[in-house]
Design a protein around this ligand. Structure first.
Ligand SMILES: [Zn+2]
Length: 316
């Protein structure tokens, strides 16, 4: 595919990119200079705001898999504390507030930035933290007023991740830390599932791998202190569905389960009702569990191919 005339890299502003993949409503391109993968065209601001205003998806974390997510967030906060982090702890895109809950447990004063009304209300109701329904660029915070800025699965949602990191740098006190967690574009799971990967979707504007994330942080004036490739909590069954699609097994499976044209996603909803002998459904669930048990995510992480990147950096 030809170079798109209007391409502009969200990390380095390079005007030249090459097509990577497409999905309904979404095209991904890679910057020819720094290698960042991003949506092209970048969704406009109004479309992005509309996605989040009434979004309750992240608040759902409180009900689904909250324990596992909270355990992961406690690890993140413990690592930051071990590096001498001080409060306030600013969480950009606080979602269900689980990272802030972990930060509060460690005694950090917390500040939540959250655009979604249901999520912001949930945090205000359940946590003793300040909540602003604002993007980091517009947040009513003074320069050098926070000790930690966390972008936990939020940086990839932003239309201007570089601008957001510059603002984070401005908000940090001397000695402050930034923490970023994003899906890993170089993940073995992404390579296997291709464009069916569950986290390739309209909400994710940018797709980082280690080198592009480090380059963006350095360009914004940060120096990475630690880099971890880990497991992405909560996406196991969506990954199985993505693989079924990737290997064109979707139709056979729907036929086996007598699902007609119903989407496979219904299999991971609550109270699944399927009009087939129950052994068939149980066999599919057992097969999915076996596949997930055999999937060598730990080994993938060791070789940098795990599904999540986490980096902690300080100001240079
Ligand atoms: Zn670039």
């Amino acid at each position: 595919m030809q170079n798109a005339p209007s391409f502009s890299c969200l990390a380095c502003r390079e005007a030249s990119g090459r097509f990577v993949l497409e999905k309904p409503g979404l095209e991904l391109w890679r910057c020819r200079s720094c290698g960042l993968v991003q949506q092209h065209p970048v969704p406009d601001a109004a479309a992005v705001s509309a996605m989040y205003e009434q979004e309750a998806h992240y608040a759902d974390q409180l009900v689904r898999g909250a324990d596992e997510v909270l355990a992961r967030e406690r690890e993140v906060v413990a690592e930051l504390a071990a590096r001498g982090a001080a409060g306030p702890f600013l969480d950009v895109g606080a979602g269900a507030g689980l990272l802030l809950r972990a930060a509060r447990e460690q005694g950090f004063p917390g500040i939540a930035l959250e655009l979604s009304a249901p999520s912001a209300e949930l945090i205000a109701r359940t946590l003793d933290v300040a909540v602003h329904r604002a993007a980091i660029e517009e947040a009513p915070l003074a320069p050098r007023s926070v000790g930690v800025v966390a972008f936990s699965h939020s940086l990839e949602h932003l239309r201007d991740p570089f601008g957001a990191l510059l603002r984070a740098r401005e908000l940090l006190r001397p000695g402050g830390l930034v923490h970023v967690a994003v899906p890993n574009w170089a993940a073995a799971k992404r390579l296997l599932a291709g464009r069916h990967t569950p986290w390739i979707y309209a909400h994710h504007v940018t797709y980082f791998e280690r080198r592009t994330l480090v380059a963006l942080l350095r360009r914004a004036g940060f120096e990475p202190l630690s880099f971890t490739v880990g497991r992405f909590v909560g996406l196991d069954y969506p990954f199985v569905l993505a693989c079924l699609r990737r290997f064109r097994l979707e139709r056979s499976l729907r036929r086996f389960l007598r699902m007609g044209e119903r989407p496979l996603e219904e299999l991971i909803a609550d109270g699944v009702r399927i009009d087939c002998p129950v052994w068939r459904y149980r066999a599919v669930v057992a097969g999915a569990r076996l596949f997930l048990r055999l999937w060598p995510e730990r080994l993938c992480c060791r070789f940098g191919r795990g599904e999540e990147l986490r980096v902690t950096a300080d100001v240079r």
